[in-house]
Each structure stands twice: as C-alpha cells, then as structure tokens.
Design a protein around this ligand. Structure first.
Ligand code: ADP
Ligand code: MG
Ligand code: MG
Length: 251
C-alpha cells in the first residue's frame, strides 16, 4: 500500500532540511499512528504527501500501490486513492457542502475514467452516508465548513472520507483543540471506515486518541525520521514517560 523510502525534504524558501531519511510502510488494512515531539516534521510529511507547494523533495520516494506519489498532481493523488484530512479544514464561503462533495467525487471518478454520478445517484449516496454519521440535511446545504463547530468540521471530514472511499487516509491531528467529543468522532469515523483494503496513517500528539482507534503499529518520529516503531504499547510508554528515553535511546 503506502511505502515511503528514505524521504528527504527541505523547505523551498530556506535552506532547512526537515525530513531526513524517513522510511515507513503501511500495509493494506492496517492503521498506523505517528507520534513525536513538536517540530519533528509530522505535518511536513502530510503536506509533502498531499503535494502542497513550498517543499522540495531532495531524496527518497513515496509510492501508493507501487505508483510514485511525488510526481503526481494533487488531484491525481486523490484519484489514486489518497485522502488527507488536515488539522485546519478549509472554509469555502459561497460553496454548499453538497456541491463541494459532488464536485470532489466526480473529479475523482473522471480522473479514474469512470462515469460521473447523476445528481439523483449522488443524493442517494450522500444522504445515506450523512445519516450514518448523524450529519443533518441542513449541514449538507451550508457553505463548506463556514461557521461549523470543531465537532461539525470533524464530522464533515469523516463524511468527505466516506464519500471518496480512499484506499489510504492520512490524518494530521494536532494538540490544538480536539476536545473529547471531537476525538470520539474521529476515532468512531476511523473505526467505521476500517476495512481490509483501506489503510490509515494517523498523526497525533494524543496518546488518548489511540486508546479509541487501537492502531496496529505506532511510530515515533523525531528530527525528521522514524526513530522507533512498535505496537500500541509504545503510545502508552510515551504517555507515561514522555519522549525523553526514546530520544536518548535513538541517540
Ligand atoms: P510537527 O508537525 O511535528 O510539529 P512540522 O512539520 O510542523 O512539525 O515542522 C517541522 C519543522 O519545520 C519545525 O522546525 C518547523 O518550524 C519547520 N517548518 C515547517 N514548515 C515551515 C515553513 N513553511 N517555514 C518555516 N519553517 C517551517
Ligand atoms: Mg507542530
Ligand atoms: Mg504538526
């Protein structure tokens, strides 16, 4: 599924190396978590995988099902099955949530050479998935994320994910403002969408989030690379002792 090999990334603007040989593999059906001290490069990794401007890949590679992601345009990445949920969801005034979703779904189908969904077909699917996620028809009509509460934005993100049916979901959850309810939404969303041919990479500062999601593998990131990987117990170790021992061990 997702394979990252010896990835090196620097900022375009400054001569600053942020990812320094990061390697990671997430097999189909698994949920992996990345934890690590602030400034390790966790968000940079998710931005680079999404194709955001401002970063220069100076070495290494990232592939999804054997296809090189780093050469693709952002919409090609989505068509290949990559989904990125960001810590700060974009607000799009003037564009209804449903219209946005339909555009995203049809753009993905088009890039895959599939036929677009008719508005009737789309409505049927979006209503069913929204109901499952307890998203009201009213919220489907509002402009994308405008005036949404933190919890509503999270719900909406899970709805986008459910509609696009990605193979690989990357979620970057920072320490900023995920309250207990929002955390429960995220974990329930992930758990509901888990399947043998879908993988997740959940980036988080919260050990608590991982109590609900139960990752298969936990990776600890520091200074631009993965310094240790293990089972869920690694997250508990961080919760109890912080990163100090792990960083010292890694040298
Ligand atoms: P994390 O998500 O693990 O906290 P980040 O990926 O946000 O880490 O940042 C890694 C390092 O790169 C930090 O030192 C941060 O200050 C720096 N950095 C990231 N993006 C930029 C940018 N656009 N301009 C300047 N510094 C940046
Ligand atoms: Mg940070
Ligand atoms: Mg971050």
């Amino acid at each position: 599924m997702l394979k990252i090999n010896n990835l090196h990334v620097k900022l375009e603007e400054e001569d600053k190396q942020i990812l320094k040989g990061l390697s990671l593999e997430v097999p189909a059906g698994e949920v992996h978590a990345i934890m690590g001290p602030n400034g390790s490069g966790k968000s940079t990794l998710s931005y680079v995988l999404s194709g955001r401007d401002g970063y220069e890949v100076t070495g290494g590679e990232a592939t999804l099902d054997g296809e090189s992601l780093l050469d693709m345009e952002p919409e090609e990445r989505a068509a290949a099955g990559l989904f990125l949920a960001f810590q700060y969801p974009v607000e799009i005034p003037g564009v209804g949530n449903m219209t946005f979703l339909r555009t995203a779904v049809n753009a993905q189908r088009k890039a895959r050479g599939e036929e677009e969904l008719s508005s009737g077909e789309f409505l049927k699917v979006v209503r069913a998935k929204a109901a499952e996620l307890q998203i009201s028809p009213e919220m489907l009509k509002r402009p994308v994320n405008v005036g949404f509460s933190g919890g509503e934005k999270k719900r909406n993100e899970i709805l986008q994910m459910a509609m696009l049916e990605p193979r690989m979901c990357i979620m970057d959850e920072t320490d900023s403002g995920l309250d207990v309810d929002a955390m429960r939404l995220v974990s329930e969303g992930v758990n509901a969408l888990r399947s043998p041919d879908r993988s997740f990479l959940v980036i988080t500062h919260y050990q608590r989030l991982l109590n609900h999601i139960q990752p298969d593998v936990v990776h600890i990131m520091s200074n631009g690379r993965i310094i240790k990987s293990g089972g869920p117990e690694l997250a508990l170790e961080v919760e109890e002792n912080g990163y100090g021992d792990l960083l010292a061990e890694a040298g």
